[in-house]
Structure formats: structure tokens, C-alpha cells
Design a protein around this ligand. Structure first.
Ligand code: F6R
Length: 609
């Protein structure tokens, strides 16, 4: 994810900006740059690559000398990693750095082109820079305010106007931004670690607030340009804690980042209320031709594929086979010219998934990669590519990558169903609108269920074995819940199709085997409840994750603990229902004294067979 920094003070600005950017490296990036007022002019130096490449370039061209500037590490979303697409971006009188996604940048770009503006890069950021320049009337705050009213999407911006060489402006909507303050200097940054080496005092910029930074201090206005007072915060974290944004572990931080991760992943792929995967090389004409789909992946990514199967088959009526990559690659699988093989991978480097991709290609199938890591082997070798835009996932246990894989599966299923004409445009628009609400729904679940899950986790601490049950999408989802729990808590668990229990597995049930049941799909809830009653009557303690609607219909005493999540579009329920399962796994691991970020015997990227 991109990182923003800015500085106004007495120090060597280039030095401060590069130092601060170093502390944001953990967010992941593919290019970097700075812009500094040097003798009244804004001088920009930027390059594809790492901060060492930027340092080298600064040496070659001479670093800008001055005390006011902005800097950026870019994690490409619009346009490939390149010198030209790197930030900062400029209009004639404005230079900016940007984190986030401008949803309506195509319309804005067309408008600006019609006014004679010429663009150098493929980025949405340059559109904002040009728009600021177009609107500029000598009054920075008014200009920023007008431009903000025109922008849709998420953004944090650091802005410099040529006419104001003593100040930096900052604004945000959705994407985070802080303003650090110290004696005679001010900073902006995407995250606290960037400024900790200079100050611990900072303000959190809220939605649509604008900050003006000078060496004498910072002032804030709201979207009506009314001055506001803000509470000064003091970071009491060490550097490592700060990189975790104050969370004790990356796993829980990444769980909390999920609303933003979904938003970032889906926003650029929705145009006029419909899915649009053109930029990924996918066209409706091509999609129409596929007769079968095989999804191949490992672990969590394979579980995202399981949800994908239910959704694609339901909406697009195309048969979907989900395969474990290490099985697929050694089985002489039946795939060929009429087939689409989808490889899902966070790292894009998983050895079995990569081998499966190569095998599918060699058999003539078309391949589509759904990958998080930019430029990874799977991303490079697949015929078509959709990036999940989850940002770097550091905890070994995958959370935000899974939820963005689900988000992409939905977009893909909608697009395929449109191509196959099994879904009307009106119905698709309704589903897309429901998908756009999921970031807020996930946020709601995090805010309202974390305490409950934390409490329930205290009850699981001494369990030796657990069962997850569900039907349909709830079963597909339970697979991920079960994997999450076992990998971080080291408690054995299995996920079972609830209706299959009585064919053998129910013999395991006694009062020492808690059962976690997921019930979000109205048509099968009565059946799942019957299965819950069956295991309850054999002594199992029941933890039920269900919709508020389902909870209202429950008879007292059926479940020992109920985690209610808001009812939304049923097909999309896995996106919200997975969250309590992730949180439950996290706190169970904590209660057992495990480090959830580094579970024993596991590696983040499995590049060996
Ligand atoms: C579990 C987990 C693993 C990965 C699997 C595939 O939390 O992270 O099961 O999902 O190793 O990895 P990628 O997605 O990198 O191919």
C-alpha cells in the first residue's frame, strides 16, 4: 500500500522524507519519490524500484535542497510500476502525493483532456494534480475543497502549491493520514512509524478535514472550511509496535484492515454500477466461450475458491471444479481448450500453484490468476490477471488476502453471469450495490463482535478438538474458519457439511468437542438447526455464528454462545461471516500463549513442494 510523508521545518527536507519513507517500507511498494521546494521551485525526483534506487538517483541528479516537501512510496494500482507513474505528480502549479483510489478518475480525465490538459502517466493521481491546477484560483483551501467535492473514492493527499513555498497541505477521505508536530516543524504521514524518529505527538486527520502545515504549526479546517480544534495524541509505542499500528499482532491488524482492503479491491473494478474487468484482460466475448471452470489453489486461497464455486455455479450456471494444487498437478487432470483454469494465490509464488498453472497452460486451457503480490511468478505467467489489492499481508495466517479473494470471486462471477446472460443487468447492478456495502458491513462486524469472540475464545482454550459445521456457502466458509483456528491455536479441527455428520462423524461428538456452526443461508437454516440439536443432545457445546434474523428465530438453549452478524445479501454473507471466525482463531491462539503471527512449522510463502 502506498505511503505518504511530508515535512515543513528547518531540517534537510530530502533527508527527512527519505528517512520517513524507510519506516513505511513494511507496507510494500514498487517505486518512490520526493518533491521539495528548492529555491522557490518544486523539484521532483522519483524512480521505479526501492528506496535505495531513489537514494542512488538523488546522488546522481543532486538532491533537492530545501525545507518543505512531500514524499511517497507507491504500490501500483493504476498503471504499471514505472518512473513516470511514480509519485509525486504535478500540474503546472501543484504537486501532490496520493494514497487510495479515485473511482471517477476516467470521467475527470476525459473532462480535463477536453479542456486541453495533457497527461504523462496512467495514474488516477495525476488526474487529481491536474484538477487541482485547473481549479486553482490562488486560494489553496478553497481550491482543495472544490476538488474534493468532485472526487469519488478514497484518498489521502499531500499537496504543495507553487505559490506557497512555506507550506504543505493535507487532506483525507477513507485512507489514513496523520499530522506530526514538534518544535519548529510539522510532518504528514500515512502511519505513525514514519514520524517516530522525529516526534511522538500527532493529530489524526478525519474524513474531509484539511490541514495546513507551516514551520510554526498546523491548522485544520472542516469541509465547510471552518477552523477546527483537534486532540493532540502521543504515541507510546516502540518502532515495532508502531509498524503494527498499535495492534499487538499483524494478524489482528490485518483483520481490522479488511474493510479498506475490500474497498480498494472492488472500487476500480466497478463502472456505472456494473463489474468491469477490462484492465485485467477479461472480455465478455471471451468469457462466454468457457464451458468449464477449474479453480486451483492451496490452503486459504483454495477455500476462497470453494466459495467461488458456489457463487459462479449459482449465478453463471457454469460447472466449477475446485482442486488442491498439489493434487491437480500430479493427476493428469481433464482440462483443455474450452476450459478456464483460475489460480488463486496471495504470494503468487506457491510452488504447487505455479506448477498447476503451467500444467493447465500446457494442456491448452486459458488461465486466470487472482494474485496479491505484484509481479509475482503466477501473476506474470497467467494469461489473464486480477490483482487482489489487499496490501502486504505480513501475518502468516491469511485474513485480508482471503477476504479480497472472495471479493474478486464475486466480481468475476457477476461478470461471467452477465456474459452468459444468466444474470440481468438490473439484478447485477443490485448485487454490485450490495457488494459495495460490504466494507461497511465488515467494519460493523469487527466493531460489534470482537469483544464477544474474545470472550468465547476463553472457553475454547483447553479444547483438544473442534468441529465446524454448515451447509452450502456456510460449509465452504467453515473450511476457512477451521483452518484459521488450527494454524494459529494448534487445536485440531475439521469442517464438515452439516448434513453429512450423521454418516459417521457424529460418533466423535461428546461434551469435550465444541461445535462451531455457521448459519447465514435462510433456505438451509432449519436443516442446520436440526443438526445443531443433534450434536447438542450428544453433549457438545455450541457456538453459533448466524445472522441477526436467524438469531431472532432461535429457541432458547439451542446454542451456548451466539455471535450475531447483520443480515445482508445472502450470496455475499461469507464476506462478513468469516470475520468472527478469524477473530475467534486469533484470541484462542493468544489465550494459549501462541504467537499468531508466526505459527510453528509454517511459512508465509510456500515456494517448495
Ligand atoms: C493459511 C495460509 C495458507 C495459504 C497457502 C497458499 O492462512 O495462508 O493456507 O493460503 O499456503 O498460499 P498463497 O495464497 O500464497 O498461494
Amino acid at each position: 500500500m502506498c505511503g505518504i510523508v511530508g515535512y515543513v521545518g528547518a531540517k534537510d527536507c530530502s533527508e527527512v522524507l527519505v528517512n520517513a519513507l524507510t519506516k513505511l517500507e513494511y507496507r510494500g511498494y514498487d517505486s518512490a519519490g520526493i518533491a521539495v521546494f528548492d529555491d522557490g521551485e518544486i523539484r521532483t525526483v522519483k524512480t521505479k524500484g526501492k528506496l535505495d534506487d531513489l537514494r542512488q538517483k538523488l546522488k546522481e541528479v543532486g538532491k533537492p535542497s530545501g525545507h518543505v516537501g512531500i514524499g511517497h512510496t507507491r504500490w501500483a494500482t493504476h498503471g504499471e510500476p514505472s518512473d513516470i507513474n511514480s509519485h509525486p505528480h504535478s500540474g503546472a502549479r501543484v504537486t501532490i502525493v496520493h494514497n487510495g483510489i479515485i473511482e471517477n478518475y476516467i470521467e475527470l480525465k476525459e473532462f480535463l483532456i477536453s479542456k486541453g490538459r495533457v497527461f504523462l502517466s496512467e495514474t488516477d493521481t495525476e488526474v487529481v494534480a491536474q484538477l487541482l491546477d485547473y481549479e486553482y484560483d490562488g486560494k489553496p483551501l478553497e481550491t482543495i475543497d472544490r476538488v474534493m467535492a468532485e472526487l469519488k473514492g478514497s484518498f489521502a493527499l499531500g499537496i504543495m502549491f507553487k505559490d506557497f513555498p512555506d507550506r504543505v497541505f493535507a487532506v483525507r477521505r477513507e485512507s489514513p493520514l496523520i499530522v506530526g508536530v514538534a518544535e519548529g516543524e510539522c510532518f504528514i504521514a500515512s502511519d505513525v512509524p514514519a514520524i517516530l524518529q522525529y516526534t511522538r505527538d500527532y493529530y489524526l486527520l478525519e474524513h474531509d478535514e484539511i490541514a495546513t502545515l507551516t514551520k510554526d504549526g498546523v491548522s485544520f479546517v472542516d469541509e465547510r472550511l471552518q477552523p477546527i480544534e483537534k486532540e493532540l495524541k502521543t504515541a507510546d509505542w516502540d518502532m515495532e509496535a508502531a509498524e503494527k499500528g498499535g495492534y499487538p499482532h499483524f494478524m489482528i491488524k490485518e483483520i481490522h484492515e479488511q474493510p479498506e482492503a475490500i474497498r480498494t479491491t472492488i472500487l476500480p473494478r466497478i463502472k456505472d454500477g456494473l463489474p468491469c474487468l477490462d484492465e485485467c484482460g477479461i472480455t465478455l466475448e471471451e468469457l462466454k466461450e468457457f464451458k468449464n471452470i477449474t479453480i486451483v489453489a492451496c490452503g486459504t486461497a483454495m477455500h476462497a475458491g470453494m466459495v467461488g464455486k458456489y457463487v459462479i455455479e449459482d449465478l453463471a450456471r457454469v460447472p466449477v471444479n475446485v482442486d488442491i494444487a498439489s493434487e491437480f498437478r500430479y493427476r493428469n487432470p481433464i482440462v483443455g481448450r474450452d476450459d478456464l483454469v483460475i489460480i488463486i494465490s496471495q504470494s503468487g509464488e506457491t510452488a504447487d500453484s505455479l506448477a498447476a498453472l503451467r500444467l493447465a497452460k500446457s494442456k491448452g486451457a486459458t488461465t486466470l490468476a487472482i494474485v496479491n503480490a505484484k509481479g509475482s511468478s503466477i501473476a506474470r505467467e497467467a494469461d489473464m490477471l486480477i490483482y487482489t489489492l489487499a496490501g502486504p499481508e505480513i501475518a502468516v495466517a491469511s485474513t485480508k488476502a482471503y477476504i479480497t479473494q472472495l471479493s474478486v470471486m464475486y466480481l468475476f462471477a457477476f461478470e461471467l453471469a452477465l456474459a452468459k446472460e444468466t444474470l440481468s443487468v438490473a439484478e447485477c447492478k443490485r448485487l454490485i450495490s450490495a457488494l459495495q456495502k460490504m466494507p461497511d458491513a465488515v467494519q460493523y462486524v469487527i466493531e460489534n463482535c470482537e469483544e464477544k469472540c474474545k470472550y468465547i475464545a476463553t472457553k475454547l482454550v483447553s479444547a483438544e478438538s473442534l468441529l465446524y459445521i454448515g451447509r452450502g456457502l456456510d460449509y465452504a466458509l467453515s473450511m476457512e474458519g477451521s483452518l484459521k483456528l488450527k494454524e494459529v491455536s494448534y487445536i485440531h479441527s475439521e469442517s464438515y457439511a452439516a448434513g453429512e455428520l450423521k454418516h459417521g462423524t457424529i460418533s466423535l461428538i461428546n461434551d469435550e468437542m465444541p461445535v462451531i456452526s455457521v448459519a447465514t443461508q435462510t433456505d438451509v437454516i432449519p436443516k442446520t438447526i436440526s443438526n445443531i440439536v443433534e450434536v447438542k443432545s450428544r453433549g457438545a457445546e455450541i457456538i453459533l455464528v448466524c445472522t441477526d434474523a436467524c438469531a431472532r428465530g432461535l429457541k432458547d438453549g439451542i446454542a451456548d454462545y451466539v455471535v450475531e452478524i447483520p443480515h445482508s445479501e445472502e450470496l455475499l454473507m461469507p464476506i462478513t461471516a468469516v470475520v468472527p471466525l478469524q477473530i475467534l482463531a486469533y484470541y484462542t491462539a493468544i489465550n494459549r500463549g501462541n504467537d499468531p503471527d508466526k505459527p510453528r512449522n509454517l511459512a508465509k510463502s510456500v515456494t517448495v513442494e
